[in-house]
Ligand binder design. Structure first.
Ligand code: SAH
Length: 213
């Protein structure tokens, strides 16, 4: 696992690209400059790692586009000590961004291959979530609820009730909703029964699927 000055230079450039696209959160930009994204992608494709693009990983899944990762993290205003539930561990890159900011992270993945791979790999880089869970994100993680923030990184055909139920009052759920393309949707819990909803533009994610695999 090699990280060189060349990689650092490419990461700095990527952070500049994201700034130009509207990312202003200093913690997010610092995480992007620090995390070796090329190590999250199969070797041989490392030239792609610092372009602002999604890229295929194992089990027909993708590592999200850096802009999307930065946008979701910035929108949720993630800060250190936030208790965060992530649905869709995938490559673990988004997980690493949350951990770099100092959040306490629980991350759920439904594909066993990715769950296994990423739960071995991330700690080797020094990124240690509270827990990796092999499970179905539609259910959330009731035993550790409520969460300050819940981030969904797969396209959901509808908003799972369990996830809304597991955010703290004052907390937020950010979820891309839709089939082919998704509308990034932010729910803020105003009181036990009231949620404010904001729609934040179109994105394209791999689908959120039910049950483990
Ligand atoms: N944040 C990840 C995104 C990976 S793509 C990254 O940047 O690498 C979305 C991931 O969500 C895939 O790994 C997919 O297997 C997973 N996923 C889809 N439906 C899910 C569900 N119901 N529960 C948990 N994970 C799910």
């Amino acid at each position: 696992m090699k990280d060189t000055a060349k990689h650092q230079g490419l990461r700095n450039q990527l952070a500049t690209v994201l700034e130009a696209k509207g990312i202003t959160d200093a913690n997010v930009l610092r995480a992007i400059r620090k995390i070796p994204r090329h190590l999250f992608i199969d070797s041989g494709f490392e030239d792609h790692a610092y372009q602002d693009k999604a890229f295929p990983i194992a089990a027909d899944q993708t590592i999200s586009q850096p802009y999307t990762v930065a946008f979701q993290t910035q929108t949720l205003e993630v800060t250190s000590n936030d208790k965060v539930l992530e649905i869709g561990t995938g490559s673990g890159y988004q997980t690493a961004v949350l951990l770099e900011i100092g959040a306490e992270v629980y991350s759920i993945e439904r594909q066993h291959e990715l769950f296994k791979r990423t739960s071995m790999f991330l700690p080797k880089l020094g990124y240690k979530p509270k827990k990796f869970i092999f499970g179905d994100g539609y259910k959330g993680l009731k035993e550790k609820a409520p969460f300050d923030k819940i981030i969904v990184t797969a396209g959901a055909p509808f908003v799972p009730k369990a996830l809304l139920a597991q955010i703290k009052v004052g907390g937020m759920l950010l979820i891309p909703v839709g089939d082919r393309t998704q509308v990034m949707t932010l729910f803020t819990r105003k009181s036990p029964k009231e949620f404010e909803k904001k729609e934040l533009g179109n994105f394209a994610f791999v689908p959120m699927l039910e049950k483990k695999n």
